[in-house]
Ligand binder design. Structure first.
Ligand code: MN
Length: 729
């Protein structure tokens, strides 16, 4: 160590001694030595030795009253990033806590952003806070930024502006939320100085010259107040401070709220600090007796603290000379909180253990307050927010460009990709987290830098299983909408299949005309252009089958009832063979008719109904026209048991060749059609042929030539099918 470094070390130790607390001097000394050694040979923009920077950051940390570990970590905060010292070494030499603090500050430092908009700045602030799992990380980061801002004149101009903007939008608000007023105000003033140097100079000028007389008057007023209070409350301990509003505070009122310098009532303020809350209110009474208060300017932050824990009484009064000024009254304890904020609540304690439950609670509480800053002032609001389950917190990750993406806990890389942009999501082929390839189901964690790998290859798109990997509704909706647009033929086939499957499950059996009529109605009722659109919507999941099914069921029930339920329509005279197809218990050689309402087919459970003069009609057991409980039917004796005589059932085997466009789902459509018609399929074979077509060969059982013809007709209606031929018999 050279002489300068030794001198600075002695200064550090003196500062520690002045704090009057017990420090781990050994740890701090060791950190100081490593800091000087590791950074040796490195220079700052200012031309100074690099260690001057961590040394000054440590001094700020000591002023804030932080503990030995924070001081050590602030000395080491740039060592991992800027020198060859690995974090493992810090862990071994300085312990886990110091290593975690250094690691936290390093990680935040890697995310360098120039914020683009209000919302982005807000996410950033939240992210930084979320990343500082140990709030000390944030405090060290603030001290780091403060020292960099103090010495920013040395860096290139563009960097000055970028850093100043980031300071104003991201870091100063964090200092504000943590209640560290002096850090907040200094960061703001330094940022404004570099972002708007002209305005800054103007305000400085106003404060220095134009208000010179006023300050003189205010000095007199302060003296008068002191005399009066000491006279009225002789035994009460009191301290007095004259205060001038920060330049940034005046800047905001003048340039953002358009006020004249003279209209700003709280440019000057007198602060009275005392022992007890009761004294605060007593002093307030005396002040309102001495000076005329301006209406609506009294604020009681003692009974209603600000969310950042700030407590004080504020009132604005007018002096005899007509100068308005603010009086702030608070206890010493409140003053300490106002100056040090969260750092003040860092109850001085060496080696905070993990099971320090109180500390954990306090940190959770602080984080809640920070997240709910918008609900300013209202204590009940804060209390309510504390109760919010912590698991509802968000995670914050960034793109390689530095855009912060805010997602709910549990979100995956798929959500991240779609949150950037749909175009990124649909072209995703993989992802890298902090430079390493991860599976797309990787759960996003706060602070990760995530790069989405994409392809421009035509025809590439999301896969359907992403729907179950995505967590956010936003991503799911975007995936769904992609399938809607890009996979129309498949969606139509899938939707059609779903309808047919549901119809057969529910025993709905419309004629072709009815089917078209009902579905056209349904489609137009739901504002789809035609049935195909309805199929497509069902296919990509834009509409649920449950939304359309109940109405169709009702319609079906209505129609089947309307077609005179118990009456048998004479479709065809039952030929001798067919009449033997059904055995009716206890009756021989009767006329048997298959009812039209449910059209039972061989294999269905059936029941017979003795009609008046038209023989026995056969229904499916679960037909709507058959009572569930026969014994409770109007004429139970007319219902009789019936069976299919399977052994004698006549049918013939037939092979069909179906020529179709080779599209996805055509085979499924063929099989669904067969299933819906209750046709037994013995074998099926599909092969593609030239020119994008395919031939499906299917061997089935048909009951008659008529039956076979109706099967052929149905098959020909399947989308893409252009010819059906019978190739045997
Ligand atoms: Mn630094």
């Amino acid at each position: 160590m050279n002489d300068a470094a030794k001198r600075d070390y002695n200064e550090l130790i003196e500062k520690l001694n002045r704090q009057g607390e017990a420090y781990d001097i050994k740890l701090i000394t060791k950190a100081y030595e490593l800091c000087v050694e590791a950074h040796s040979g490195q220079k700052r923009w200012t031309g100074e030795e690099y260690y001057i920077h961590p040394f000054n950051v440590a001094k700020i940390i000591i002023s804030l009253g932080m503990d030995s570990q924070s001081i050590a970590a602030s000395l080491l905060h740039d060592v991992v990033e800027d020198t060859k010292t690995p974090i493992e070494y810090i862990k071994r030499e300085f312990g886990e806590d110091v290593a975690l603090l250094v690691d936290g500050v390093t990680k935040i430092g890697r995310l360098s952003f120039v914020s683009k908009e209000q919302q982005q700045a807000e996410s950033l602030r939240k992210m930084l806070i979320a990343m500082g799992q140990d709030i000390r990380v944030i405090i060290i980061k603030l001290a780091d930024r403060l020292h960099n801002m103090r010495t920013i004149d040395a860096v290139p101009e563009q960097k000055q502006r970028d850093t100043s903007l980031e300071t104003l939008e991201v870091y100063a608000p964090i200092a504000h939320r943590l209640g560290i007023r002096p850090v907040k105000e200094e960061l703001e003033d330094l940022a404004i100085k570099h972002l708007d140097p002209v305005a800054y100079a103007e305000i400085e000028e106003l404060l220095q010259h134009r208000s010179h007389d006023r300050e003189q008057i205010l000095d007199d007023i302060e003296t008068r107040i002191e005399e009066r209070l000491k006279e009225t409350m002789p035994n009460v301990k009191m301290a007095f401070q004259g205060r001038v509003k920060s330049i940034h505070g005046i800047y905001r009122k003048m340039y953002l709220q358009g006020k004249d310098f003279d209209e700003i009532y709280d440019v000057y303020a007198i602060r009275i600090i005392t022992d007890t809350v009761a004294d605060c209110y007593n002093i307030l009474g005396i002040m309102h007796d001495m000076f005329r208060p301006i209406p609506n300017r009294f604020k009681d932050y003692i009974s209603t603290p600000k969310p950042n824990m700030y407590q004080s009484l504020h009132t604005t009064v007018i002096s005899r000379e007509g100068i308005p000024f603010e009086i702030q009254i608070r206890t010493f304890e409140m003053h300490h909180t106002a100056e040090f904020g969260i750092a003040a609540h860092w109850k001085y304690k060496e080696g905070i253990t993990e099971d320090d439950k109180k500390m954990q609670d306090r940190l959770a509480w602080i984080r809640q307050i920070l997240d709910n800053q918008e609900s300013s002032g209202d204590v009940s609001e804060i209390v309510r927010s504390i109760k919010v389950d912590l698991s509802q917190e968000d995670v914050f990750a960034v793109t390689p460009k530095g855009d912060v993406i805010n997602l709910p806990v549990g979100s995956t890389v798929v959500d991240f990709a779609f949150a950037i942009h749909s175009a990124v999501g649909v072209r995703m082929v993989g992802a890298k987290v902090d430079g390493k390839i991860v599976p797309i189901s990787h759960e996003v964690k706060t602070g990760e830098v995530i790069e989405i790998l994409t392809t421009n290859q035509a025809g590439h798109g999301p896969s359907r299983d992403w729907m179950s990997i995505a967590v956010t509704n936003q991503a799911k909706a975007k995936i769904r909408s992609w399938f809607k647009k890009e996979k129309r033929p498949e969606n139509i086939a899938a939707g059609k299949l779903e309808i047919e499957r549901e119809f057969s499950k529910n025993g709905i059996n419309f004629s072709d005309e009815e089917y078209n009529e009902i579905l056209s109605d349904t489609a137009s009722r739901l504002r789809f252009a035609d049935i195909e659109e309805l199929y497509a919507a069902l296919g990509y999941g834009g509409i649920s089958i449950n939304k359309i099914l109940p109405r169709i069921k009702d319609e079906y029930a209505k129609r089947t009832k309307a077609s005179k339920p118990m009456e048998i329509t004479e479709i065809k005279p039952i030929a001798s063979k067919s009449s033997e197809g059904v055995i009716v218990e206890g009756i021989d050689n009767c006329l048997i008719k298959i009812s039209k309402c449910c059209a039972p087919l061989p294999g269905d459970e059936i029941i017979g109904f003795i009609t008046r003069g038209h023989g026995v009609s056969i229904h499916k057991r679960d037909c709507n026209n058959v009572p569930t409980d026969i014994s409770k039917a109007a004429e139970p004796e007319r219902w009789i048991k019936a069976y299919w005589n399977t052994s004698q059932r006549d049918s013939f085997v037939s092979t069909l060749q179906i020529y179709s466009v080779d599209r996805d789902g055509v085979l499924i459509d063929v099989m669904t059609t067969m299933q819906n018609m209750r046709v037994a399929v013995h074998s099926v074979n599909a092969r593609p042929v030239k020119s994008g077509n395919c031939i499906i060969t299917i061997t089935i059982s048909a009951e008659s030539v008529e039956h076979l013809r109706s099967i052929t007709q149905k098959l020909e209606k399947i989308k893409g099918v252009f010819n059906v031929e019978r190739i045997n018999q």
